[in-house]
Design a binder for this molecule. Structure first.
Ligand SMILES: [Zn+2]
Length: 60
């Protein structure tokens, strides 16, 4: 069986675990309609991504 050669420090352990910790997806702002939109996602209200229309959105 593998045995750890030395004790992992609290900081090292916590730093490693922090990499897999859940964090809320960052909210950006649409450059076209200024609606809040998740980063790397097409805008749900106007259907544009990086200044280009990529979705067909019904405008009510
Ligand atoms: Zn938009």
């Amino acid at each position: 069986m593998g045995v750890p050669k030395r004790k992992v420090s609290k900081m090292r352990l916590r730093t490693r675990k922090a990499a897999n910790r859940w964090h809320a997806p960052s909210l950006g702002k649409c450059s076209q309609c200024a609606a809040p939109v998740y980063s790397h996602t097409a805008c749900p209200s106007c259907g544009t991504y990086r200044g280009r229309s990529v979705l067909d959105v019904q405008l009510a």
